[in-house]
Design a protein around this ligand. Structure first.
Ligand code: NAD
Ligand code: UDP
Length: 313
């Protein structure tokens, strides 16, 4: 980073957005955080509110926004299945109308624009690990479709604005990421299991627990965001960002139980529909183009996350 930039972060009061805002403020940039507080909270950015180079705006990205900025990180969108399925029409609107509004803003201001896309664009993948040239295996009419197809359409819009209007776009496909500032009721697996273990409640394994995910610690991911935004104009993505170390959900539960010294029992319930059976990023592209790879291994990252939730309990 060589000069002070005006940077908009949509969804900036959420889990990932709050870490990104913190990093950008520390680097000395002027940061405007826009959020409708659907799943994010002011608490996540309360430590930044007295910084002169940080501003918090209540705004829903499905409506246009008129501000002057040099860069946009478009993160606004609920990421946890229970939250994005709560109002699926709004989820699609957030991804699609939100992308159109933010791309329009980028077009008017000439800003570089980053899109927080997702491994969900691969659906329940038939290629393993997932490479960026895999087009995916996605149900267009299921309960996860509002999120998966919304994000796929947003990617289409980003690349059409790039081809048609020559916007500088940066599309990251983010794989499961965890860390402090996840909401205790977020509903995703890492926060659920840690909260259940700390409270001594049963650990809810969906399905038989043999499905896999690859978990990335948030600090590594934010490094990847900055590396992608700062890459040359020719690097548009999509680029996978995630930690390739893959675990079954049962392995994750057992690790969390042992790290928290919890006596919680494991219980099972049916696997939600269209829940992907395996997921692991191929990050060769990120390594080659961005010189990026994750450094924090699961145990270290879980340790920091458990500490965070212990302070909350
Ligand atoms: P999160 O739910 O904690 O944060 C999302 C933020 O967006 C929240 O602060 C929420 O209030 C805000 N938001 C939602 N709808 C909005 C709207 N219409 N207008 C303005 N703000 C709105 O989730 P997160 O994990 O921080 O995810 C951030 C982004 O990264 C999302 O776009 C998500 O799809 C993407 N992503 C995250 C992961 C992950 O593992 N964390 C994986 C893949 C993709
Ligand atoms: N999961 C689980 N118990 C929970 C929450 C999630 O077994 O309490 C499983 C879920 O079915 C999925 C995996 O953990 O197979 C990851 O779920 P999450 O919602 O974190 O993310 P995503 O499915 O979007 O990757």
């Amino acid at each position: 980073m060589h000069f002070r930039r005006r940077i908009l972060v949509t969804g900036g009061a959420g889990f990932l957005g709050s870490h990104l805002c913190e990093r950008l403020v520390a680097l000395g940039h002027d940061v405007l955080c826009a959020d409708n507080f659907f799943t994010g909270t002011k608490d996540n950015v309360v430590g930044l509110l007295d910084q002169p180079n940080f501003e918090l705006l209540r705004h829903d990205v499905t409506f246009p926004l008129y501000v002057e900025v040099d860069e946009i990180y478009n993160l606004a969108c609920p990421a946890s299945p229970i939250h994005y399925q709560h109002d699926p029409v709004q989820t699609t609107k957030t991804s699609v109308h939100g992308a159109i509004n933010m791309l329009g803003l980028a077009k008017r201001t000439g800003a570089r624009i980053f899109q927080a896309s997702t491994s969900e664009v691969y659906g329940d993948p038939q290629v393993h690990p997932q490479t960026e040239d895999y087009w995916g295996h996605v149900n267009p009419v299921g309960e996860r479709s509002c999120y998966d197809e919304g994000k796929r359409c947003a990617e289409t819009l980003f690349f059409d604005y790039h081809r048609q209007h020559h916007l500088q776009v940066k599309v990251a496909r983010i794989f499961n990421t965890y860390g402090p500032n996840m909401h205790p009721n977020d509903g995703r697996v890492v926060s659920n299991f840690i909260m259940q273990a700390l409270r001594g409640d049963p650990i809810t394994i969906f399905g038989d627990g043999s499905q896999t995910r690859s978990f990335c610690f948030v600090d590594d991911l934010v490094d990847g965001f900055l590396a992608l935004m700062d890459s040359g104009d020719e690097v548009t993505g999509p680029v996978n960002l995630g930690n390739p170390n893959e675990f079954t959900i049962t392995e994750l539960a057992e690790k969390i139980l042992s790290m928290t010294h919890s006596k919680s029992k494991l219980i099972t319930s049916p696997l939600p529909s269209d829940d992907p059976l395996q997921r692991q990023p191929d990050i060769s592209k990120a390594k080659a183009l961005l010189n990026w790879e994750p450094r924090v291994q699961l145990e270290e990252g879980l340790g920091k996350t458990i500490e965070y939730f212990q302070r909350m309990c």
